[in-house]
Design a protein around this ligand. Structure first.
Ligand code: SF4
Ligand code: ZN
Length: 308
């Protein structure tokens, strides 16, 4: 307890007032020690998974939202420990009225403040139309259409800047939600693909350095770094299955701390025996040449169904 404010919890490392309680470890942490703890967990994950190697050009998917902002700040803070690594920020403008402009402005300012090269790519430029146009009458499929096209746009952006890695800001909550959603859908290939592992050499490897950091800790990290911004919410969020899964999972995590980490461990156990056969069955899409499990890749068949 804090002697000046009896009743308030203190940091288990230094006895300063705590700003967060990590339910799974049972530790209270002050601001300085939370920042240190997050930075060291991200650095450990990068190292143990071999996510970044000397000489890498890392394209960072920077939407301007909370997770990608935290990712860029963390990678910049770790740069001195990463030998000869260059960061390049890439922002995708899907064309979502009333939402994307504000986050793009935030992304531009952040990249400029940090001195990071920044590129922006839009859906109309790549696919001929904005997401808003593609989604007319298909709003309930918003996130799956957006996800497929955005993944492709990021891959194109990463190739354009000759990146050797593509880093995204998915946090522990996102990853655990994805595991559960893919299990609900019975979609094993996507469950494996979502992990970002690839030993085929056919994709620019995707890395997720925040994948063991809970969303709540990222929010507090941003506040401690004075980088918290209130931004508009995507208007299509209300159609997202993820929203329901998120609420179920947060409730579960609260009652049973460690649930989200266990989901991640389950995915890793499934991934090892399954990745090789899935990758071996990949060939080239007959329209764009990208690796695909069928004749036409997911993006090209989606664009066809959208009338392009
Ligand atoms: Fe795309 Fe759905 Fe996210 Fe909106 S909420 S940006 S539609 S994935
Ligand atoms: Zn402390």
């Amino acid at each position: 307890m804090d002697p000046n404010n009896p009743g308030l919890p203190v940091c288990f490392r230094c006895t300063a007032p705590a700003v967060i309680f990590q339910r799974d470890s049972g530790h209270h942490l002050c601001g300085a020690h939370l920042v240190e703890d997050i930075e060291s967990r991200v650095a450990d994950l990068i190292k143990t998974r071999g996510m970044i190697a000397p000489g890498d050009r890392v394209a960072v998917a920077l939407s301007g939202g909370k997770d990608s902002t935290a990712l860029l700040l963390l990678l910049v803070s770790l740069l001195p420990t990463l030998h000869d690594v260059k960061l390049i920020a890439i922002t995708i403008d899907e064309g979502i009225a009333g939402y994307r402009d504000a986050t793009i402005t935030a992304a531009e300012h952040l990249a400029c403040d940090l001195g990071i090269e920044h590129h922006c790519i839009s859906f109309p430029e790549l696919f001929g139309n904005s997401l808003d146009v593609f989604l007319k009458g298909r709003e309930t499929q918003a996130c799956s259409i957006c996800g497929i096209l955005r993944r492709k746009a990021l891959a194109v952006g990463a190739r354009q800047v000759s990146a050797t890695k593509l880093a995204t800001g998915h946090n522990l909550d996102d990853e655990a939600q994805s595991v559960l959603m893919n299990v609900f859908r019975g979609d094993l290939p996507r469950l494996i693909r979502n992990s970002g592992t690839d030993s085929s050499g056919k994709f620019i490897p995707r890395i997720k350095p925040l994948s063991l950091i809970p969303e709540k800790e990222i929010a507090v990290y941003l506040m401690l770094k004075n980088a918290w911004k209130e931004l508009p919410e995507c208007p299509y969020t209300r159609y997202a299955l993820r929203r329901e899964v998120r609420s179920v999972l947060s409730n579960f995590e609260y009652k049973h701390p460690g649930t989200m980490l266990h989901l991640m461990e389950s995915r890793e156990k499934i991934e090892q025996p399954c990745t090789r056969p899935i990758i071996a069955s990949l060939h080239s899409c007959r329209e764009c040449g990208d690796p695909s499990s069928s004749d036409l890749c997911q993006v090209c068949s989606l664009l066809r169904s959208l009338g392009r």
